[in-house]
Design a protein around this ligand. Structure first.
Ligand SMILES: Cc1ncc(COP(=O)(O)O)c(C=O)c1O
Length: 410
């Protein structure tokens, strides 16, 4: 099973979905005073905005659509450059490319999120925006990123798809830049199978995003609005069934995160002191969504051996989320004469070769998190997983290998 929210689908989601089915009104629009309209998407948007502490939230059909609609709402134009990390899901690059802009891939630091120093090096006269991605639930260094953006007049679109409910210095992720994008796919902290959210504090950006997500219409249109549409849009709407599940999941979000934090703390404490390894840096330890525990080994060889013995992979070999593994994106970058392919971001390559994701709430081999615990794991399971990891990591540490010539576990 994938994300923690999906593990906790139960009575609450059934009740919300049955409301919609009994009413028989599956489309997101309707008259709020119509007893046959249960307005789940409308309620979701309001509750999500309140949760994030922003005035505007918009439901969409996916995180990818949220990114694209946000970029278009921010009027990112063909030829503009958007700085984005080399470690992220492919959707970040595809959304930038579909907006006609150029993704400028940048290095990460030991938080496995955008390295502000490298962003600064990549700013050119064509740079219009920065897309910090709060990877694996860990907030980016938003103080440094916002300072850079403000001093260069750049827009910031936060990709909070993997960090719903996480925060940075008390502010919900997604609410710090001009816009924030979320995913509700099945691997995320809360899930409706698929779906997405956009948040912003800016009324104009909200209205533009709304129009882009629905054929140029204004928010919560009551009719076809011929003559009132100012821009061309597409259809990224969420339907009421998805809204119903998402609403029930949102109401569980705080409980999900509190549970994960508790389990992650236990797992982490048991791994402290493992030789040849450290935990990745958290830019705000209190804000981490605790969906994963990421460890960074001193040596790539040790990381690869440990991953193999655990039946998982290092992050660099997880397939997804690593720029070097995205043949189509690299082909595109090559075609437009930009740096491409493994080796273009040596720090990303090196860090991901040495890192393993342990699942805490998100169990996803595509993230390299095929080993670990899940939101329902009890103390005994957490202890077993920690003991297994610790034992294997110690046996694969260089100290052990030197002392015991070529001992292997097989
Ligand atoms: C960082 C990041 N951005 C964007 C997305 C895209 O979300 P979706 O799958 O809902 O389109 C994902 C999903 O995996 C993601 O992890």
């Amino acid at each position: 099973m994938p994300g923690p929210g999906a593990y906790w689908i139960g009575e609450e989601e059934s009740r919300e979905v049955m409301d919609v089915l009994h009413a028989g009104h599956l489309f997101r629009y309707g008259q709020l005073n119509d007893p046959k309209f249960s307005h789940k998407v409308y309620d979701l948007e309001r509750e999500f905005a309140t949760y994030c502490g922003v005035p505007h939230a918009l439901a969409t059909s996916s995180g990818t659509c949220s990114l694209l609609a946000s970029l278009l709402a921010m009027e990112i134009k063909p030829g503009d450059e958007v700085i984005v990390p080399g470690y992220t899901f492919v959707a970040c690059y595809s959304a930038i490319i579909f907006a006609g802009a150029v993704p400028v891939l940048a290095e990460i630091d030991e938080s496995l999120t955008l390295d502000p120093a490298d962003i600064a090096r990549r700013i050119t006269p064509k740079t219009r925006a920065i897309m910090p991605v709060h990877m694996l639930g860990n907030p980016c260094d938003m103080d440094a990123i916002m300072a850079l953006a403000n001093s260069h007049g750049l827009l910031v679109l936060e990709d909070a798809c993997q960090a719903c409910g996480a925060s940075y210095k008390g502010r919900t992720l997604g609410s710090i830049g001009q816009m924030g994008a979320f995913s509700l796919n099945v691997f995320k902290t809360i899930s409706a199978g698929d779906g997405g959210m956009i948040i912003t504090g800016d009324r104009e950006l909200y209205e533009r995003a709304f129009a882009i997500h629905d054929q140029g219409h204004s928010p919560n249109r009551a009719s076809v609005e011929v003559g009132q549409r100012t821009i061309v849009g597409l259809n990224f709407r969420m339907n009421e069934l998805t809204g119903a599940v998402a609403l029930a999941q949102l109401r569980k979000l705080d409980r999900i995160i509190a549970t994960l934090r508790n389990k992650k703390k236990k797992l982490k404490e048991m791994l402290v002191g493992t030789k040849g390894m450290k935990f990745r840096t958290l830019n705000d330890p209190d804000g981490d969504s605790a969906t994963l525990l990421t460890v960074i080994f001193d040596e790539a060889q040790q990381a690869a051996a440990v991953a193999r013995h655990l039946g998982t992979t290092t992050i660099s070999h997880s397939g997804w989320h690593v720029y070097a593994n995205m043949e189509h994106i690299n082909r595109y970058l090559k075609e437009i004469g930009r740096p491409h392919g493994k080796g273009m971001l040596p720090r990303v390559d090196d860090l991901l070769d040495r890192s393993i994701n342990l699942s805490v709430g998100v169990v996803d081999a595509g993230l390299g998190a095929g080993f670990g615990i899940n939101i329902n794991s009890g103390d005994e399971e957490i202890e077993q997983v920690a003991a297994q990891f610790h034992r294997i990591a110690q046996m694969e540490s260089s100290e052990f290998r030197v002392g015991n010539s070529v001992r292997t576990l097989e």
